[in-house]
Design a protein around this ligand. Sequence first.
Ligand SMILES: NC(=O)c1ccc[n+]([C@@H]2O[C@H](COP(=O)([O-])OP(=O)(O)OC[C@H]3O[C@@H](n4cnc5c(N)ncnc54)[C@H](OP(=O)(O)O)[C@@H]3O)[C@@H](O)[C@H]2O)c1
Length: 372
Amino acid sequence: MGRSGPDPVAAEAIQALERAGVSVRIVRADVADEAQVARALAEVRETMPPLRGVVHAAGVLDDGTVLNLDRARHDAVMAPKVAGAWNLHALTAGRTLDFFVLFSSVASLLGSPGQANYAAGNAFLDALAAYRRARGLSALAIDWGPWSGVGLAAAGENRGARLARRGLGSLSPEQGLRAMERLVRLSPVQIAVMKFDFQQWCGSDATLASSPLLAGLAEENTGLAAAGNASGGVREGLLAVEPGRRRRALLEDHLRRRVAQVLRLVPDRVDVGKPLRALGLDSLMALELRNRLEADFKLKLSATLVWNHPTVTALVPHLADRMGIPLEAVEPADAAPVTMRDDADLVRVLNEIEQLSTDEARRLLSDQIPQA
Ligand SMILES: NC(=O)c1ccc[n+]([C@@H]2O[C@H](COP(=O)([O-])OP(=O)(O)OC[C@H]3O[C@@H](n4cnc5c(N)ncnc54)[C@H](OP(=O)(O)O)[C@@H]3O)[C@@H](O)[C@H]2O)c1
């Protein structure tokens, strides 16, 4: 269903389906117009087997900065999303459907400069999915990242490349369809499907990184750069974590990502114990890495840094030391094992535990857990 007929790409896909034995009916209707949707559904009822599912994939773009979005430009983008999805919801609400899929966008989750109207329209789809599910109706909102090759993102000049530079890569149609097939079966209420480099995204623009959603993720995420970007600096991200295994792992993870960035590798390919030179680091890359680390840690570092400390593992204590940030947990003075002889002892110990701050309690507990 669409306002105009299928374009050549869609027509070709429809022909392929028909050749495979699928019966396809093309209906011209504006999904934002209730009467037209009602007519389309009546046609389905009269001429086809019972309706089992709905895929809402209608959408248009009209990008502009908020100050330039007048009512007409706002409504044109909102209509197929808000009125369109609502019409499909309301006019099928009495039926049991196997699926009700809403094509939403990561614009509603991450924000998207110049797309306030589009982000808001998609946020409505996300909310509608939750609303339907709360009423026992099938619903799945997929917040898609950009697709390559076909559709709105690919049609925009440089849109895909611009987003990729920020850390949001494009999905191929095959990847998108494979994901959709799984999601219809798994049926979460709302899920984002995107090729997302969290660090790159946060690093590309401070306002993007300051979204509450990403700040929350940064706290949960082990990525130090992300935590740092969200909270003001990489150093701060490191200091926000207790000394010990986790702090060391954060620093190591950060260095691994930086090395991977310079080597154009995925972070998992960087063996932290292997000399950087053996991983392919040449002298220009060594300088690039040094510069990035200087910016990250606000330190002046030697040009021979990575030759004097040739592995990620060797860089960790050196850089921590240069920043004056301890990596090892300091043994609490009162961490000695307590022997309880009688009830009075037990009460005393319980009282002491009650006095502990959450952090002190956590530290005592983690000291009791054997380290791997
Ligand atoms: N492509 C991406 O990267 C991407 C990323 C995230 C989300 N999405 C979402 O995925 C969906 C499909 O996008 P696409 O990229 O495949 O775009 P597309 O190729 O432009 O397809 C959008 C379709 O929506 C139809 N449509 C628009 N307004 C309509 C209306 N009022 N009533 C009925 N049909 C209407 C259009 O047909 P007519 O113009 O003939 O009506 C067109 O067939 C959209 O909802 C979009 O927001 C796409």
